[in-house]
Design a protein around this ligand. Structure first.
Ligand SMILES: Cc1cc2nc3c(=O)[nH]c(=O)nc-3n(C[C@H](O)[C@H](O)[C@H](O)COP(=O)(O)O)c2cc1C
Length: 139
């Protein structure tokens, strides 16, 4: 079973990159940003992203468009300041390009300007570790 990790991080805090690094260390799979296309078909793509202006960034949408045929199952791992998940935004793109997407996702509240200082925190990472054990084939 092949698992790949791709992420897109935008803010100076680099919350998504931190989450991607944690996932990478936990499941022992390299985390690359979305400028790296998939080189082969993957059973699970862990797409690590965040909410910007009530949506996911174009970089995430472009990655899905350009790699759709290689993704057997997309798993959404994401953060936002408000506590709202990016699931619907990502699902819309996945549906457009016929990418199967897991109903299970991981979301955490995360810091932005003065909101949610210190998040994701140790509890958030523990929840993420549990999620990976449950959902990821080599978690
Ligand atoms: C430009 C910008 C726009 C954002 N817009 C939203 C938003 O509409 N809703 C929300 O809940 N969080 C919003 N956030 C907060 C981010 O989703 C949150 O801080 C996330 O963890 C950022 O990940 P990053 O550090 O990897 O870029 C925004 C953050 C930035 C930098």
């Amino acid at each position: 079973m092949k698992v790949a990790i791709r992420y897109f991080t935008k803010s100076k805090k680099g919350n998504t990159e931190k989450i991607a690094r944690f996932v990478s260390e936990t499941i022992d799979v390299e985390a690359l940003d979305v400028t790296h296309p998939l080189e082969e078909d993957v059973d699970q793509l862990l797409l690590i992203n965040a909410m910007y202006a009530f949506d996911v960034d174009k970089a995430i949408k472009d990655f899905l468009e350009n790699n759709a045929s290689k993704i057997k199952c997309l798993i959404n791992i994401n953060s936002s300041a408000s506590g709202s998940s990016t699931y619907k935004s990502v699902k819309k793109v996945a549906d457009k390009y016929n990418i199967p997407m897991s109903e299970k996702e991981f979301h955490t509240a995360a810091s932005w300007i003065f909101i949610n200082k210190g998040r994701p925190n140790a509890d958030d990472f523990k929840r993420l570790e549990d999620f990976l054990k449950e959902v990821v084939v080599n978690g």
